[in-house]
Design a protein around this ligand. Structure first.
Ligand SMILES: [Zn+2]
Length: 105
């Protein structure tokens, strides 16, 4: 895993250096295991922006009822166990009406 992270950082450096022929000295270093990757100012700015914009694919917003950020794939809150939002309510209503086929019962 460390090699993948270090490689991604090096490739990110290279991708941005192409656009900035005089990027200046390194202003930060990232240590990944034994490897140290030096980052110049344009790369630090871009990396900071990327980190701030990142949204985890598991982030489904917050629960309408208790504000918890822990909603499952069906928009059911892991903290108060209630479905959140219109989509969560629709899924809960459909699930309550679902009757399995006879061959599965
Ligand atoms: Zn909740």
């Amino acid at each position: 895993m460390n090699d993948a992270v270090a490689r991604a950082l090096r490739e990110f450096n290279e991708r941005l250096d192409v656009f900035d022929p005089a990027p200046g000295p390194a202003v930060a270093e990232v240590r990944v295991g034994e490897q140290v990757i030096a980052l110049r100012a344009p790369v630090v700015r871009a990396l900071t922006e990327a980190l701030l914009r990142y949204q985890d694919p598991r982030d489904r917003g917050t629960c309408d009822h208790c504000g918890s950020p822990r909603l499952d794939d069906n928009f059911v809150c892991a903290d108060c166990a209630r479905p959140s939002g219109v989509f969560g309510q629709l899924l809960a209503e459909r699930a309550s009406r679902y009757e399995p086929p006879a061959e599965l019962t």
